[in-house]
Design a protein around this ligand. Structure first.
Ligand code: FAD
Length: 310
């Protein structure tokens, strides 16, 4: 069995694996796609001490760093079930889609999250070419330009307020007849001179010139009339979904499906720790995921050294 089995190979999982391996214990890492969301990212400019890098480059570096240690890397492996230890200090099982079952004394869950998509024409084609998901990451790329934010919940309104300080103009588009964000955020939003809010509007298409976003088409749902906006960027803020469906019923999850962790990364199941975008820890960022991954691995090691000798 593994001393530590990491499930997920993004920044959180890679960091956990390196920290675990450096303790001289037997570490494995099973990942559906090594690199995680970083694989889908173009410019990364907030990974501190590295002013600029690209997603695929950072993803390759995550893997090569893990490979400098004796880590059993199982790529293209999807976990489907976690079975807690039968007795305190016993082995935890992780079942894979291919039918195999891995056993470990401790597990670090780092399966990350995925952005909910609008599923309209152009969204996929112009991803990273004007279609963005993370204002903390990509906001500065649109300095002085016109952008839209799709979604009037807390994350959409926060994004619009944040972006209004950087870009020339923000149009916030909400499907419903009213915004769902907290009243205090809505008051802040409407006080800003360079923000327009359009409610009861359905985004129908991302428009572009073949290389970049040039606009957005939406339908006024009340009048059933089509409109177009000219702009350079579209931030989709209609939800971040944690990849935790497979843990439902075994590990305590928040109402949003995030794995509940304490300040040490411990979950509700003994010996099972978690880190990164899949957890309740706020602000989904690479530096945060890495820090949380190392913390979860150190907590798992702390748990291991307290297990009764066998
Ligand atoms: P993830 O990166 O999501 O990795 C999850 C891992 O788990 C993957 O290996 C996945 O394949 C695997 N997995 C999922 N389910 C299973 C399963 N059932 N079994 C096995 N493996 C599984 N952050 C920044 O700090 N700066 C940026 O500039 C930036 N830009 C971004 C741009 C885009 C387009 C996106 C989508 C995100 C961006 N982010 C950025 C956010 C950043 O990528 C995430 O915060 C970070 O990757 C989270 O790391 P993680 O390890 O928790 O999860």
């Amino acid at each position: 069995p593994f001393d530590m089995l990491v499930v997920g190979g993004g920044p959180a999982g890679a960091s956990a694996a390196v920290y675990g391996a450096r303790k001289g214990i037997r570490v494995g890492i099973a990942a559906e796609r090594f690199g995680g969301q970083v694989q889908d990212t173009m410019a990364i400019e907030n990974f501190i001490s590295v002013p600029h890098t690209e997603g695929p480059k950072l993803a390759a570096a995550l893997e090569s760093h893990a490979r400098t240690y004796d880590v059993d890397i199982m790529n293209l492996q999807r976990a489907t079930r976690l079975i807690p230890a039968q007795a305190p200090g016993g082995l935890i099982e992780i079942h894979l889609e291919n039918g195999a079952a891995l056993k470990a004394k401790t597990v670090v869950l780092s399966t990350g999250a995925r952005w909910r998509l609008m599923n309209v024409p152009g969204e996929d084609a112009y991803r990273n070419k004007g279609v963005a998901f993370c204002p903390h990451c990509d906001g500065p790329l649109f300095k002085g330009k016109r952008v839209a934010v799709i979604g009037g919940g807390n994350s959409g309104v926060e994004a619009a307020i944040d972006l209004a300080g950087i870009v020339a103009h923000v149009t916030l588009i909400e499907f419903d007849v009213k915004l769902r964000a907290d009243a205090v955020l809505q008051r802040k939003l409407t006080s800003l001179p360079n923000v327009t809010v359009i409610t009861n509007a359905q985004t129908t298409e991302v428009l572009g010139d073949g290389s970049r976003v040039t606009g957005l088409a939406y339908k006024d749902r009340a009048a059933d009339r089509a409109h177009q906006l000219d702009l350079e960027g579209i931030f989709v803020q209609i939800g971040l979904v944690p990849n935790t469906e497979w843990l439902r019923g075994t590990v305590a999850l928040s109402p949003r499906g995030e794995i509940e962790v304490d300040s040490r990364g411990q979950t509700s199941v003994p010996g099972v720790f978690a880190a990164g975008d899949a957890t309740t820890v706020p602000y989904k960022q690479i530096v945060i995921a890495m820090g949380e991954g190392s913390k979860a691995a150190l907590s798992a090691f702390d748990y291991l050294i307290r297990l009764a000798p066998v």
